[in-house]
Design a protein around this ligand. Structure first.
Ligand SMILES: NC(=O)c1ccc[n+]([C@@H]2O[C@H](COP(=O)([O-])OP(=O)(O)OC[C@H]3O[C@@H](n4cnc5c(N)ncnc54)[C@H](O)[C@@H]3O)[C@@H](O)[C@H]2O)c1
Length: 353
């Protein structure tokens, strides 16, 4: 356990989610925000003023060269996640990375391997796991309240939620993928987390790109710059059927844009031998006598700090085990690759180990 009571933190990228990282860290008594790296002077300046951070740099390497910085949090466009994480780990920093871990599983493996070889903490900030509702449901799964879980539906369907058409988000080169990489990974990770199993056997997936290429379906998220010449070459809808090694299965459905009655449906539905549940809203179901019994449970005491950044500080301080084990993030990232491979080949992809 490190013999320290205060950790110096730097955040790289102060766009829409970087501000959330800063907000999270600022609420932890042992976290001292010491620097922000941001290429946009305007966004960087606004961030350091809002969170009273003493230093703003445009080149993140200045941060990595500073010996007094313990934790680097990465809130950059997806294509920079793996390379900046590798540099940060090489410089001896603990790293918390926003999702997705990388733009492909091989790069994610390289980052994980370096963290392990250096003995540094690396966590992908899958924030949906940390919500009080998700932590309550996870506790119920651990307690066996639903019995053996055999199936899950992981859904994030947005009616009109493409984050800035023409930004890095909608470019395969810069984002790695579209809605699957942006929001699908959240509910995929959450479903696997509830099931307690990340070992995939096979994936059959299909992707569609129906709205973005027509300039339709943009949402409100984000501050990313746009380029009118940027081609929209990622999916805005995807569906995948995922078999796990144990025989459990899950269905992932995700859209950035679709003709839907509801604006945004986001959550996991669980099917267990002794009960079913939805994560959002948090409800449990049983149908013992033919009639459904519906329970809306009270939120339980959290298993870990509900703020992922504050949790990571606890992890580095040696006060908590990472709630997002690295191995699970790698396996989830592998599934993303398999979805695209299946969509491209029109075949089910098997992972034979
Ligand atoms: N966990 C979540 O719920 C969640 C939500 C949204 C986004 N994200 C993830 O967070 C990441 C960032 O998303 P965003 O919406 O904040 O994007 P964004 O475009 O708003 O922010 C990215 C920021 O990085 C800055 N930047 C780019 N290159 C840089 C560099 N070399 N050095 C320093 N700064 C640089 C940009 O100027 C921009 O301000 C993405 O990977 C995205 O998937 C996570």
């Amino acid at each position: 356990m490190p013999n320290i009571s205060q950790l110096n933190i730097a955040v790289i990228g102060a766009g829409a989610i970087g501000l959330k990282h800063l907000e999270g860290f600022s609420g932890h008594p042992a976290a001292r925000l010491v620097a922000v790296a941001e290429t946009s002077v305007e966004r960087g300046q606004a961030a350091i003023e809002a969170f009273k951070v003493p230093t703003l740099v445009s080149d993140y390497r200045e941060i990595l060269n500073r010996e007094d910085i313990d934790i680097v949090s990465i809130a950059l466009p997806n294509y920079l996640h793996a390379s900046v994480a590798l540099e940060a780990l090489e410089a001896g920093k603990h790293v918390v990375l926003d999702k997705p871990m990388a733009t492909n599983a091989d790069d994610a493996e390289k980052v994980a391997a370096l963290a392990r070889s250096k003995g540094l903490h690396l966590m992908v900030g899958q924030n949906q796991r940390f919500s009080l509702k998700a932590q309550t449901l996870k506790q119920m799964c651990l307690d066996g309240k639903l019995g053996d879980l055999y199936y899950a539906k992981a859904t994030w369907l947005r009616r009109s939620g493409i984050p800035r058409i023409g930004s890095w988000f909608t470019s395969k080169q810069f984002a790695g993928g579209g809605c699957v990489y942006d929001i699908g990974i959240h509910v995929l990770d959450l479903a696997l987390h509830f099931l307690g199993e990340f070992d995939v056997a096979s994936v059959s997936g299909q992707t569609f790109s129906k709205f973005g290429p027509r300039g339709l379906g943009e949402g409100e998220w984000g501050k990313s710059e746009t380029n009118p010449d940027q081609v929209f070459d990622v999916e805005d809808f995807a569906s995948a059927f995922i078999r796990l090694k144990s025989g459990r299965a899950l269905q992932l459905e995700v859209s950035w844009a679709a003709h839907l009655e509801t604006r945004d449906v986001n959550g996991v539905q669980l099917f267990g031998e002794d009960g079913g549940a939805t994560s959002n809203p948090l409800k449990l179901f049983r149908s013992d006598c033919g009639e459904p019994v519906v329970e809306e449970p009270e939120l339980a005491d959290p298993l870990v700090n509900p703020d992922r950044m504050q949790h990571f500080v606890d992890v580095v301080l040696g006060e908590a085990e990472s709630f997002v084990p690295l191995d699970e993030s790698l396996k989830a990232q592998r599934i993303l690759d398999m979805i695209y491979k299946s969509a491209a080949t029109g075949e089910e992809i098997r992972l034979d180990v």
